[in-house]
Design a protein around this ligand. Sequence first.
Ligand code: FMN
Length: 187
Amino acid sequence: MSYESLQQLAITIRGRRTIKMFEQRSVDSNIIRDAIEVARWAPNHHLTEPWHFYLLNDVAIKKSIDLIRIIVTEKKGEKLGNFKAQDASKRPGWLIVTCKKSEDKLVQQEDYASVCCAIQNFSLYLSEARLASKWTSGPIIRDQRYYDLLHIDSNSEFIVGLIWYGYPMITPKQTRKEIDKIITSID
Ligand SMILES: Cc1cc2nc3c(=O)[nH]c(=O)nc-3n(C[C@H](O)[C@H](O)[C@H](O)COP(=O)(O)O)c2cc1C
């Protein structure tokens, strides 16, 4: 790989941003399928392939928004419930990514790590396609009612993220700590 291609890869990785504001247009389902195809090439110990991707249609999205309203209202009151529901209704694409459950603590930890890598692959692919995403871990992903609504068996898998995706309206700037602050050389 040439130095230029490596720098291009670095630009792609650095340029992926969590996006909160999306254009109100839908995304071609083929792009999402391609992104999932790439996502599953994440490393996974013992080839467990612990991930599953649930694509939500308009009906499921509407039910999800209603549930967000209910859950946030229960926890924080009606005003915030309505605000969060209205916010969620502006997200064009909805994807749920789950991880297989394991009784073995180490396997569970490693499988979770793999699903996170897969989500990053998915997000990078979208970013390179001039799309964007937001990984949310809000209370809905831990609520049994959401599992019931989506027909996901909470005994055998758990939701790692709700990924909103679409065409970005505003791309925010981000920073990271200086690299020397996160590197320690050990003799
Ligand atoms: C496991 C995980 C959960 C996240 N959950 C949320 C969330 O609930 N709400 C939110 O606004 N952002 C969430 N994010 C996105 C982070 O806030 C975001 O990655 C961070 O602000 C850095 O921005 P960047 O992704 O553009 O670099 C989550 C990210 C990860 C990895």
